[in-house]
Design a protein around this ligand. Structure first.
Ligand SMILES: C[S@@+](CC[C@H](N)C(=O)[O-])C[C@H]1O[C@@H](n2cnc3c(N)ncnc32)[C@H](O)[C@@H]1O
Length: 216
C-alpha cells in the first residue's frame, strides 16, 4: 500500500472541514501534511500509521517513492478520474510534493505527533480525540481488507473518538466500485448514527461523499 501525501487543502475539501475542534486524529496519516498544518493552527493534532515504525531514512524513501506511484493508479484508470477540483494534473503533483516536504520536515522536528500503530488496535485511550479523520484507508482498500476487518476498524475509530469520525472516500480504489458490505457494517455499529454526506471534492468519478459517524 502506498504511503501517500495529501495536503491540508485536500483534507479540508474531502471532509468538508469548516473549523477544527481542539483535538484531531488522522488515521492513517501516511505522508500527509494535514497534521503539521493543523498543529500550526493550534490544534492538538496526531497522526497514526504503521509506516511510522520505519527508520527515518526508510520513511523518507517510502514517502518519496509513493509520489509517482500514486499517479500510476490514475494512469491505469484514466476514465475513472475527473480534474475539476485540481484543475490540472500538474497542480495535483505540486500539492503532493509540497505536502510530502511539509510532512517530512514535521516528522523530524515534532516526532511526538506521529505515532506508530495499526487498525484495528490503536494505541490511544477511549475518546482521546474530538474528531477522527480517515482518508484513503477504509473502503478504498476493500479489495485488501475484508468486511470483518472493516467492522473492527470502524469500532476502533469510534472508540478513540469523543464526538465524530469522518471517512473518505466510500468507493474502492482504481475504478471506484461501491463497497458491497458498507450498509451491513454500518448497521452493526452500536451507540452511533451514520450519515453519508456530500463533500466539495471529487477526484475518483462519483466519490464525492464522506461517512460521518456521530456518537449518540
Ligand atoms: C493511501 S495511504 C493514505 C495516507 C493519507 N491519509 C492520505 O490521504 O494521503 C494509506 C495509509 O494507510 C496505512 N495503513 C496500512 N495498513 C494500515 C492499518 N492496518 N491500520 C492503519 N493504517 C494502515 C499505510 O501505511 C498508508 O500510509
Amino acid at each position: 500500500m502506498l504511503v501517500t501525501s495529501r495536503s491540508y487543502a485536500e483534507y479540508e475539501a474531502m471532509f468538508d472541514l469548516k473549523e477544527l475542534p481542539e483535538s484531531v486524529l488522522d488515521c492513517s496519516g501516511g505522508g500527509s501534511s494535514f497534521t503539521a498544518e493543523a498543529a500550526a493552527r493550534g490544534v492538538d493534532a496526531i497522526a497514526v500509521d504503521p509506516a511510522y515504525e520505519l527508520a527515518p531514512a526508510e520513511l523518507v524513501d517510502t514517502v518519496r517513492r509513493s509520489l509517482p506511484a500514486g499517479n500510476g493508479i490514475v494512469d491505469e484508470h484514466q476514465g475513472s478520474f475527473v480534474w475539476h477540483w485540481y484543475g490540472e494534473p500538474a497542480r495535483r503533483d505540486e500539492m503532493r510534493i509540497d505536502a510530502a516536504d511539509r510532512f517530512l520536515q514535521d516528522v523530524t522536528t515534532s516526532p511526538e505527533r506521529y505515532v506508530p500503530g495499526s487498525l484495528p488496535d490503536l494505541p490511544f485511550p477511549d475518546r482521546r480525540f474530538e474528531l477522527v479523520l480517515c482518508s484513503h484507508l477504509l473502503f478504498t482498500w476493500a479489495d485488501t481488507f475484508d468486511r470483518v476487518w472493516h467492522l473492527a476498524a470502524l469500532r476502533e475509530l469510534v472508540r478513540v473518538a469523543d464526538s465524530e469520525v469522518r471517512i473518505f472516500p466510500l468507493v474502492i480504489q482504481g475504478a471506484g466500485e461501491s463497497v458491497p458490505f458498507l450498509p451491513d457494517v454500518l448497521a452493526e455499529l452500536d451507540g452511533v448514527t451514520c450519515e453519508i454526506r456530500k463533500v466539495p471534492y471529487e477526484f475518483q468519478v462519483g466519490a464525492d461523499e464522506m461517512l460521518v459517524i456521530t456518537r449518540t
